[in-house]
Design a protein around this ligand. Structure first.
Ligand SMILES: Cc1ncc(COP(=O)(O)O)c(C=O)c1O
Length: 350
């Protein structure tokens, strides 16, 4: 039980510390130089993860951002367009890397809950005329971070994949939190990854690893991805110490997610009952809660700053929205404490 003055960090599910089993595995990891393909633990992680997601091959990368950007680079030539949802991580939170690093042009498509309809995507595909900018890739995100951890509707996603395949358009999945989506839908990650040309999954979010993500594709795609990873500066050496934690994350991480989701649902309902906060509880499907703070008269940034002394850390997701993310290092008791502290904070400022 967290003492009342303990800091509850709900900024992100990336703040988790490695579990005792992870630290033990890191300590014991067999390692080698992964640039020479000689790290047995990295190799084991890649083989195991590829089987889990139903892909021919996987590649361990330092971050989700690098994983996404390697895939974008491989699918789309410089000067081509990629269709992305308006609030996609690859567009809003990767510092313009798709343009700066790979020379790509984002074609934004809005959506209600994070997954654009096929009609909206189809309307954004450029005509296949040589003097027009060409559409090279569609990028989807599941769960969708900025829409509040929403899970992509499976029938619509399947339809998008089918229609894109019919037009020879590759589709990349930013599945940083794909395991969360799988838990909510009661599906396997393989089912949710099926049909994508490439997938990126993070080990360092809800699964709890200290670092690392994986990208998935055909054997040929992953061989090309290894070259781009090196070009981007992501060729790590004795990375087995990190991969060892990743293997534990794949093993023990998914079991924690249902509790994270239940805590987020509870947190959202409690916050929705507090004065001047607005939470759309129908959007809380996984471990993310978006809270509109407009009525408090504070910007989201000011709200988070002023909340800090009350022992709760949260992050601004837009000028008016505060994001709270549940994770394995903030169990129910910590969430309960956070609500109490936010209640006290609101009483003081209103
Ligand atoms: C949806 C999504 N994609 C990609 C990333 C990037 O991961 P990383 O922080 O490891 O670069 C994040 C990180 O929060 C994310 O939420």
């Amino acid at each position: 039980m967290a003492p009342s003055n303990a800091l509850v960090d709900l900024r992100s599910d990336t703040v988790t510390r490695p579990s005792p089993a992870m630290r033990e595995a890191m300590y014991r990891a067999a390692v080698g130089d992964d640039v020479y393909l000689e790290d047995p633990t990295v190799n084991e992680l890649q083989v195991r993860a590829a089987a889990l997601l139903g892909f021919e091959a996987a590649l361990f990368v330092p971050t989700g951002t690098m994983g996404n950007q390697i895939c974008l680079r491989l699918h789309a030539p410089p000067g081509s367009e990629i269709i992305v949802e308006s609030r996609a991580h690859v567009y809003e939170w990767e510092l313009g890397a798709l343009a700066a690093v790979s020379g790509l042009v984002p074609r934004l498509v809005p959506s209600e809950r994070g997954l654009p309809t096929w009609e909206a995507i189809a309307a954004a595909i450029q005509p296949n005329v040589y003097y027009r900018t060409q559409t090279a890739l569609i990028c989807l995100e599941n769960t969708h971070n900025m829409h509040g951890g929403t899970v992509a509707d499976l029938p619509e996603m399947t339809r998008i994949l089918r229609e894109a395949a019919a037009r020879n358009l590759p589709v990349h999945l930013d599945g940083a939190r794909l395991f969360n989506a799988a838990v909510t839908l009661g599906r396997t990650v393989a089912e949710l990854a099926q049909g994508f040309s490439s997938v990126m999954v993070c080990l360092s979010k809800g699964l709890g690893a200290p670092a690392g993500s994986l990208i998935f594709g055909t054997q040929a795609f992953i061989e090309r991805a290894r070259v781009v990873r090196k070009m981007f500066g992501g060729g790590m050496r004795q990375a087995g110490v990190l991969a060892a934690a990743g293997l534990v994350a794949l093993e023990e991480g998914p079991a924690y997610l249902a509790a994270d989701h239940a805590n987020a649902t509870w947190l959202a309902a409690e916050l929705a009952n507090l004065p001047r906060l607005h939470v759309d509880i129908t959007r809380v499907e996984t471990n993310i809660v978006m809270c509109d703070v407009t009525q408090t008269g504070l910007t989201a940034t000011a709200f988070c700053e002023r909340l800090k002394p009350y022992g709760v850390l949260a992050g601004p997701a837009s000028p008016t929205t505060v994001r709270l993310v549940t994770h394995r290092d903030a169990p129910f008791e910590a969430c309960r404490q956070a609500v109490e502290n936010i209640r006290r904070f609101l009483t003081d400022i209103l």
